[in-house]
Design a protein around this ligand. Structure first.
Ligand code: SF4
Length: 233
């Protein structure tokens, strides 16, 4: 699996896919990314150092993903990232975090002392679809509450059972409430959740304009960032 890459189009940055302890939630019905989690912390630390050694600071921006939340990375990895932030003059970080950590985001801000854009996998604002079908474990009142904590959200598009009405509302909220966003078009994986080609074609016809939006990234394939499978928590 590719673990280091450059995102060169919007918000140019280096991106690394690291290994961490199991995701705090671990129940999302569409997720098989947690197979990348490991309880062997020592091995994770060494593994992550080898990936992070590739960071050059080329864009002064670094995104770190780990098939879970940044809070699940070993402290030694966080310290190593911090040393890279200093030595490579990184000015901005992107981390992913599940909604369950929303009250702890300031810990990372205090630790790294550079601006951090936290990405939260909301998947959809439709409460039932999010929590009953996708089993996301993220309960909130609506986009305004999410925006109090997160500048960036990730949406999931193209799953059987999802409707065009849900997606219209999701994109409306994304554009209205959030500074950054990532729309992941669902790639069939090993779970029983099914990709809906018809819905994805509808989305392409109606929302390809998002490709022109400065801070919105549409991942038509889940490897579009150049690294392995994506969680965005
Ligand atoms: S999608 Fe993300 S938050 Fe959900 S179980 Fe998988 S790793 Fe955890």
């Amino acid at each position: 699996m590719i673990r280091y890459s450059l995102v060169t189009q919007k918000n140019p940055r280096e991106i690394v896919l690291l290994k961490a302890s199991p995701c705090i939630w671990g129940h999302c019905s569409f997720c098989d990314y947690i197979d990348d989690n490991s309880t062997d912390i020592n091995s994770n630390i060494l593994f992550n150092e080898n990936i992070l050694k590739k960071v050059t600071g080329k864009y002064k921006t670094l995104e770190i993903i780990n098939s879970g939340s940044c809070f699940e990375l070993p402290i030694e990895t966080l310290e190593y990232i911090k040393s890279i932030v200093v030595s490579k003059h990184i000015k901005k970080l992107f981390f992913e975090s599940h909604w369950l950590y929303k009250d702890r985001l300031h810990e990372m801000d205090d630790f790294f002392k550079v601006p951090i854009i936290f990405k939260c996998g909301i998947e959809t604002f439709d409460h039932n679809f999010r929590n009953k079908v996708l089993r996301k474990g993220a309960v909130f009142s609506g986009p305004a509450e999410v925006a109090k904590y997160f500048k960036s959200i990730c949406l999931l598009v193209g799953i059987k059972g999802q409707t065009t009405e849900m997606i219209k509302k999701d994109i409306e909220y994304l554009l209205k409430y959030f500074q950054y966003g990532c729309v992941n078009i669902f790639t069939q994986n090993s779970t029983s959740i099914e990709r809906d080609e018809k819905l994805i074609n509808w989305f392409k016809e109606n929302y390809s304009f998002l490709d022109e939006e400065k801070n919105i990234e549409v991942l038509w394939n889940n490897t579009d960032f150049g690294v392995g499978t994506i969680c965005n928590s």
